[in-house]
Design a protein around this ligand. Structure first.
Ligand SMILES: *Cc1c(COP(=O)(O)O)cnc(C)c1O
Length: 412
């Protein structure tokens, strides 16, 4: 008895020792985390900007929160932009020059998240930069999506699932957009003919069990059309799940209306993947949009793009993903930026993504760890990359690396 108590005390002492060792491991992250701005801690500043914008446009909260108004009043000319935010002369010239080749449009909501420095991650994602037109290495369609298209609007690259591009419109045209070639200069939804043909394709291909509506931004469609599409998909017996690709929770959270949520709740199982790239994008408005969707039964996922100067840092991604979990969004993918023409300045080394995943494993919830993927050229699909954990392979025994970098022998 006496010895058992002493043993137990010894074990507890060791546990406490280990726990303080563990605490020390995240000390530097906690310090860095506090310095990374986010949309919750900056909300007061953001709402002040929103009030100023509302005054400039002579509108009130009602118009501001009306997504149709936001779309109609997207900022899309260099003159407008320079009236609304501070740009130096060089930036103004760059925006005008890039506009000749690539369109831009920014919802006033997303614009209201911008800080004043050119290093602001919101600015980098939204404001055209000269580097877009000085890029000479990128390709127009590196994933050969066009050759994976059996009927207009459909891309099939896998046996059991397809994407349908329902529109080329977005609330904001990301400067890192990987489907730039589709964005073009004008908004156009896919025609009813193209959508009908896409549905017919799904109907005939009995192995398709997963249909992803994307674009552009699938939630740029009106509620009725979306409702119709989801209903039609449900009438196809082999379609098991539907997915929606949209960035509106980030760029236009007022799009997530009560009516839309009601429609969505009638079309379960439904998965929605969005794209938060930086903690600054997680505002109370974005949080409310995501929680509303979650309450409607929609499963939310996040597909970040690893972007140089925006989020190519383990602490930023860690904070982003931890915050996403608080608003019911599960990190799904972290994408390596593809070699798309006009976006080369956003690309990082592939190793950066692997290093980030290594930095997440163990030090935070498994739920906060996305899969890092690279897209194979030629439309051969996504390739998941993981940090190497098998250090040595021997007969009946392997050597593994733990999340802390300790090497251990493991019977195999
Ligand atoms: C990414 C993608 C999908 C979905 O892939 P998951 O790994 O299942 O999320 C489906 N079709 C195409 C063409 C894609 O590019």
């Amino acid at each position: 008895m006496q010895r058992n108590i002493r043993e137990l005390e010894e074990k507890q002492k060791n546990a406490l020792q280990r726990i303080s060792e563990l605490r020390a491991k995240i000390e530097s992250y906690l310090q860095e985390k506090a310095k990374i701005p986010d949309g919750i801690s900056c909300w007061e500043e953001i709402t002040q900007t929103q009030k100023r914008l509302q005054e400039q446009f002579g509108i009130g909260e009602r118009e501001w929160n009306d997504w149709h108004w936001q779309i109609k009043n997207r900022v899309s000319t260099p003159q407008q932009l320079s009236e609304l935010i501070s740009l130096n002369e060089q930036q103004e010239q760059d925006v005008a020059a890039v506009c000749q080749s690539y369109r831009f449009a920014i919802s006033l909501y997303y614009l209201s998240l911008m800080g004043n420095t050119s290093a602001c991650p919101i600015r980098i994602q939204a404001i055209p930069s000269y580097q877009e037109i000085s890029d000479t290495v990128g390709m127009i369609d590196p994933m050969a999506e066009e050759s994976g298209s059996p009927v207009p609007a459909v891309v099939q690259r896998y046996p059991d699932r397809i994407i349908i591009n329902v529109t080329n419109r977005c609330a904001m045209y990301c400067r890192h957009c990987q489907r730039r070639r589709l964005i073009g200069q004008r908004d156009s939804h896919s025609t009813i003919n193209d959508l009908t043909a896409a549905l017919e394709y799904v109907r005939q291909q009995k192995q398709i069990r997963d249909v992803l509506l994307t674009g552009g931004d699938a939630l740029m469609l009106e509620d009725d059309l979306l409702d119709w599409l989801l209903t039609e998909l449900e009438r196809i017996p082999h379609v098991e799940i539907k997915r929606i690709g949209t960035r509106v929770p980030v760029t236009l959270p007022m799009r997530i209306t009560d009516n839309l949520c009601q429609i969505m709740s009638r079309h379960l199982p439904l998965y929605l993947n969005t794209q938060f790239n930086h903690p600054l994008e997680i505002t109370p408005a974005a949080a409310e949009a995501c929680l509303k969707l979650a309450r409607s039964g929609v499963a939310l996922g996040n597909q970040s793009v690893l972007l140089a100067g925006v989020n190519d840092d383990v602490n930023i991604i860690k904070k982003l993903n931890q915050m996403l979990l608080t608003i019911m969004v599960r990190p799904y993918y972290l994408f390596h930026a593809k070699p798309v023409q006009g976006t080369q300045h956003f690309r990082t080394q592939v190793e950066k993504g692997i290093e980030i995943i290594r930095g997440l494993r163990g030090s935070t919830s498994g739920l906060a760890i996305p899969t890092f993927v690279v897209n194979a050229p030629g439309g051969l699909g996504k390739i998941a990359l993981y940090p190497e954990c098998i250090v040595e392979k021997n007969e009946g025994e392997i050597v593994l690396r733990t999340w802390e970098g300790k090497l251990i022998k493991y019977q195999s």
